[in-house]
Write a protein that binds this ligand. Structure first.
Ligand code: ADP
Length: 421
């Protein structure tokens, strides 16, 4: 058996979100961190998601990484490629969505490829080619103030046209509403007119499933996690795959548990308060790290060693906005962040030495730092804990179960719920 669907995601938590969607639809999924080395892809898997960090790097570099990932996915046998970007279309005039999509389309000899960031479950819908976040147009949703990729135009045909050399068209709502045949007919006529990319309207999951039927044979699909909803059913109809009830089953990791948090977002701070009520918790002082890194990390590690093995303690740098601002004022924003991440990485290594095999980690950057320190390069994706956050288990010698949560995800009891799942 070889891989059916090969996915290239432009960031880490976006990749996990996509993998989570595919597992819910019955596929066995592995997420690989960075371009996989040749010959490292396991064969008991239906979909592979390569997580790149290519959203905000130079366009040329993003293209090179994406083409390298494509090469590996084709070697693994992938029949269809999904280029996954954010459902808020995070990009600039230079890219990277347009240049990467163009390069992949050319390498795959694709005719017309859909552009479908809609993800109704999270309020992202597309109507007349305009992207909405809830009831706001993209450029009035707060995304216009994004520090890296400010989105100042909701008209995706115009946004993508500025990023590509080829014509961009639209599959309008009226076609999508009529279903797969009408969508296919519109795509065919756009292809005949020389259009290479087609933004597709969608406001409901039903639309995404109809679009998926219409593009069952397309070599390349581009979009958010939403467009993945209908893809497993295509492979099933073609007789290549049977949906598995056990797709999200993971090997038992055993061992003890810990919660690490470097996320300072509102949701995480609420989760920390809830968890502290009935679990041992130790806050790391970032200013103390700046004064004597080894001493502070050593103190935290000794504290951890004194806890009962079943206690599942929480260790966190997370703090209230005013305190974070004060630390940033004194150390610089980047230096403060790096210190906190380095401390979490060192502590993660220590606790794994002491037998921890289950980790809940809050914070996208924090999770990235810990995963890198632990030398994890691939994850098998398990069942969902909260929308967008699955349990995962690292592949390789020493399996570690990891629940990686980016800032605003999860309800108040997320940490306990994750460990109880
Ligand atoms: P989120 O997913 O909530 O954005 P991240 O881990 O991605 O969380 O980002 C949080 C950033 O804040 C990280 O770089 C982390 O190291 C940094 N950080 C954590 N705690 C503190 C603190 N007390 N003071 C300053 N920076 C901090």
């Amino acid at each position: 058996m070889s891989v059916l669907l090969g996915c290239i995601a432009d960031d880490f938590t976006g990749a996990t979100d996509l993998a989570n969607t595919l597992v819910k639809e019955g596929m066995r999924v592995i997420q690989i961190i960075g371009v996989p080395a040749p010959g490292t892809i396991p064969d008991d898997v239906d979909a592979l998601v390569v997580a790149l960090k290519s959203r905000s790097i130079r366009a040329g570099q993003a293209v090179a990484l994406s083409l390298a990932a494509l090469q590996r996915l084709r070697e693994a046998g992938a029949r269809q490629i999904l280029f996954k970007y954010c459902s808020t279309f995070d990009s600039t005039d230079d890219g990277n969505i347009g240049p990467v999509a163009e390069a992949l389309a050319q390498a795959l000899g694709a005719g017309v490829s859909v552009v479908c960031p809609a993800f109704p479950e999270t309020g992202r819908t597309v109507y007349n080619g305009h992207l909405f976040v809830g009831d706001r147009l993209l450029h009035e949703s707060g995304m216009e103030n994004h520090p890296l990729n400010p989105m100042r135009d909701a008209d995706l045909v115009r946004v993508l046209s500025a990023q590509t050399k080829t014509a961009v068209g639209l599959v309008p709502y009226a076609d999508v509403h009529r279903g797969a045949r009408a969508i296919r007919a519109r795509l065919r006529s756009l292809a005949q007119a020389g259009t290479r990319f087609a933004v597709v309207d969608a406001t409901l999951d039903e639309h995404l499933r109809e679009i998926a039927v219409a593009i069952a044979d397309a070599p390349l699909i581009t979009g958010g996690s939403g467009i993945a909803l209908g893809l497993p059913a295509n492979f099933e109809r073609a007789g290549h795959f049977e949906r598995r009830a056990d797709a999200g089953e993971l090997p038992q990791a055993g061992g003890s548990a810990v919660v690490l948090s470097g996320s300072c977002s509102k949701a995480t701070r609420t989760q920390i308060r809830a968890y502290c009520g009935d679990h041992p918790a130790r806050r790391i002082d970032v200013l103390a790290l700046a004064r004597d890194f080894d001493a502070e990390v050593g103190c935290v590690c000794s504290w951890f060693d004194g806890q009962a093995s079943a206690a599942a303690p929480l260790i966190y740098t997370s703090d209230e906005p005013q305190a974070v601002a004060a630390v940033q004022e004194s150390l610089g924003r980047e230096a403060a962040g790096l210190l906190a991440e380095r401390a979490m990485a060192a502590i993660a290594l220590h606790v794994v030495e002491r037998g921890v095999r289950r980790m809940v980690i809050a914070g996208g950057e924090t999770a990235g730092a810990v995963v890198e320190a632990l030398g994890v390069d691939a994850l098998r994706i398990g069942a969902q804990i909260a929308p967008g956050v699955p349990w995962t288990v690292s592949l390789g010698g020493r399996p570690i179960a990891l629940a990686l949560k980016s800032g605003n995800f999860g309800a108040e009891d997320f940490f306990a719920a994750a460990l109880g799942a």
